[in-house]
Ligand binder design. Structure first.
Ligand code: GDP
Length: 228
């Protein structure tokens, strides 16, 4: 059998495992949507990322993508009130939702955005999961709860990154994690099972593997596929 030709896979396996293990790595900016009609229509599965402004959402996206300025686009003037979409190597999309709770946004615009985001979270068909970034020192604010209230009835999963955890000592980290877990159980009952929780730090690059695993689980067999 020594002379038989070796079977070489058409697709390099390296690409496949990279997309599975590090689903956000090498993400690229795709487009920006200010209203429903501007959202992509290709049907690619979508993961949304949301959080209060300044919670550390852009830093978390950049840390997971390993690109220092990827989510910077979401902070450029004129794009802060848009959904910014990134294409993952798996073909899935990452939708970076505008940060909420920014005090200087005029009331009319705030209402417009509340309406758009509420509809997006409740009705966007390709949405397969929601990452919520919360400052570990101020988790589960009223606005975070409002967001969960819009999304959870869809039955789709949530994963919470309690970020800036480097600002807390070990004991405080364990305490906040337990506290948020208890609150989620108390307030969301059966739906709490759909909410994953973890500590995260963009500056210290901690929690990255756990976040990647959660995202890869959502993408499931899609990971590694070069879909359109
Ligand atoms: P966004 O408004 O939610 O996108 O928040 P940013 O990612 O811009 O972060 C807001 C501020 O928090 C910036 O000054 C970041 O440098 C800082 N920050 C973000 N993530 C972390 C973290 O994990 N640890 C620490 N210490 N600071 C962070």
């Amino acid at each position: 059998m020594a002379n038989q030709p070796r079977i070489v896979p058409k697709q390099p396996r390296r690409t496949e495992s990279a997309a599975t293990a590090h689903p956000l790595r090498h993400a690229e900016f795709l487009t920006t949507a200010a209203q429903w009609e501007q959202l992509p229509t290709g049907g690619a599965p979508e993961i949304a990322v949301a959080g209060r402004s300044n919670a550390g959402k852009s830093s978390a996206i950049n840390a997971l993508a390993q690109r220092a300025r990827l989510a910077y686009v979401s902070k450029t003037p004129g794009r802060t009130q848009h959904i910014n979409l990134f294409r993952l190597t798996s073909g899935a999309l990452l939708a970076d939702l505008p940060g909420y709770g920014y005090a200087r946004v005029p009331e009319a615009m705030r209402r417009h955005w509340q309406h758009f985001i509420a509809r997006y979270l409740a009705e966007r068909a390709p949405l397969i999961g929601l990452l919520v970034v919360m400052d570990a020192r101020h988790p589960l604010t009223d606005l975070d709860r409002q967001l969960l209230g819009w999304f959870l009835p869809s039955g789709r999963p949530v994963h919470v990154l309690l970020t800036k955890s480097d600002k807390l000592g070990r004991e405080a980290q364990a305490k906040v994690l337990a506290q948020v877990r208890d609150e989620v159980k108390r307030d969301y009952g059966a739906r709490a099972d759909a909410i994953g929780l973890q500590l995260f730090s963009s500056t210290h690059a901690t929690g990255i593997a756990a976040a990647e695993t959660a995202i890869a689980d959502w993408l499931g067999p899609l990971s590694g596929q070069a879909t359109p």
